[in-house]
Design a protein around this ligand. Sequence first.
Ligand code: ADP
Ligand code: MG
Length: 674
Amino acid sequence: MKLDSPVAKLPLVGPVYVRRLEKLGIQTVEDLIHHIPHRYNDYSHIAKIAHVQAGETATIRAELKELKNLYTKHGKKIQAGIVSDNSGNMQVIWFNQPFLARNLKKGSHLSLSGKVDFFNRERALLSPDYEYFNPGYQTLHTGRLVPVYPETAQISSKWLRARINYVLQNIGHLEEFLPDFLLKQNNLLDFNTAINSIHFPQKLEDAQKARVRLSFDELLFLQLKNQYKKENWNQNKAIHNLRIDKKIYKEFTNSLPFNLTLSQKKAIGEIFSDLQKETPMNRLLEGDVGSGKTVVAATCAFCSFINGFQSVFMAPTQILANQHYKTLQEIFAKFKVRVTLITSAGVKSDFGKTDIYVGTHALIHKKVNFENVAIVVIDEQHRFGVEQRAHLVKKSGKKSHSPHVLTMTATPIPRTIALTFYGDLDLSTLDELPKGRQKITTWIVPPLKREAAYNWIKEQIKKERVQGFIICPLIEESQVESMRQVKAATVEYEKLCKVFANSVKLGLLHGRLKAKEKDTTMDKFRAGDIDILVSTPVVEVGIDVANATLMIIEAAERFGLAQLHQLRGRIGRGKKKSYCLLFTSRKSKTTNQRLKALKENKSGFELAELDLKMRGPGEVFGTRQHGFPELKIASWNDSGVIKLTKKVAEDVIGNKTRYPKLIEKLESKEIILN
Ligand code: ADP
Ligand code: MG
């Protein structure tokens, strides 16, 4: 048996279990031993029957005197038995496991671990874990610190424990792959000890130390993967070389109806310095909703235009693509830059004779010649799959030549995490909003005040002639909008039609509408023919309608704070005062604390950090939605280890000879190489 042996080679792992393990991402022996317990049952207290007391968790070694099924009044089955050791007798009780009465033979010696309590007024061991006991042999499921694995994919903790134990008993000493100096410097356990003690620790401290080492490994591999990607990218050459003419750039920024913020200027500076290099840019522009990423990207596209080349702008949805199309046309009107919109609904404007292609992922599949494209911009990049992004970039490049790539996201990932997760990219951050933005007043609205809130909204719309959004409850997170979600939105819409009767014009927006219908609805909203847009949570974070000043979010507690903040970012873009109403019927303290943070007008980054502490990264960054890597052992809160592993990874890439075994391991693993 070797680390890379498939699990199917292990005894008792048949095709059914191979499939179940695969669901957990476990294919090899190595994957299996990296499946980590989430806690331990402390069964290390071994006692005589005469000495154990109610309330105690203990292990006893005893002979099974009898065991039979009893039936309760409610038709449930209880397995009641008597066990005995040389100090006395005791009851042992299980619930609803009738097979036990058949399987456990009278007279056999058992090791039993569990909680002691009263049953029929006498001491009993309740639902203990059990196994046959052979003096002189180490028990596995009882009488020690017993690892408990998350029970998913129909695999019991007991089954996993036995399989992992088998591997560890038979695989021999696990070879170390990190150099000695690194382990010493950072006070890390060796690999063999770490794996053995994470599963079967002598003491809890040993498990803790093992966790530190394995967290280090996990983050280091993640960092290395990105460093390798970066190294790979840097072997490319830019497909078209660009020159930056400061004067023309000035002329362009002067033509904008506003002054750029300092951080916009800084980001543009960083981008320009990339664009003049022979190595193509691969940069992530991260900035809160409304921080003005589009104009930064437009400046980039302008540079390509001035040099006689084209650019491509890809957005995740029809509506956003449309919006960019209009924005770019406006911005560039003076400069005669030609913009073409390409979506699955068709192509707008003159094919072939264009300077900027704007579109959805239809850009990837449409037969368009991208030979002249120097820059690719991907907006809301987290909403595309890795392959989709790669595809577009590839389409605009040729062998070992690549366009400059700017990806953009409004997901406010804290910097340390971004530097890991996006470790292969250079990072620019827009950390301020344009001046003159209205503060958005945010209220938490309990059920009692719902009606009053609706009345207030009616009044606002009538008196102030403003518009707004109502966001339906989040039912489940998924990239493709589920039918349930669409249905919920439709129901909500119908309900609201009644609430507002004829006083407010409502529109409905969800992902299953035809592109044309979405366009029409958005156009009507922009033109003011719809007062309130009722929409599902996943649609259109980037919408920019200055007259929209009201945002109502249903069941607000179900959203991550960063997500709420992004939704709220759709309003407050114009001069009028904006309001966000968070509807919630939950009264818990955490809900309150979380939603209150939104009232304090913190930045998206601050909110994300807060939620990271309170709810964990999956919730904050919408793991399932954005492909954010779920860490198995390490934690995204562990910024110390994150920084450390980043430094180590950089050293590994720069000084490969110092890490021979690690390099060997990396190169034998496909993940690192592509
Ligand atoms: P996001 O970063 O969310 O994509 P946008 O690029 O859509 O933000 O910009 C939001 C709005 O802010 C747009 O209407 C844009 O014209 C405006 N804007 C961008 N930069 C500035 C600035 N420096 N000053 C004032 N308004 C700006
Ligand atoms: Mg945007």
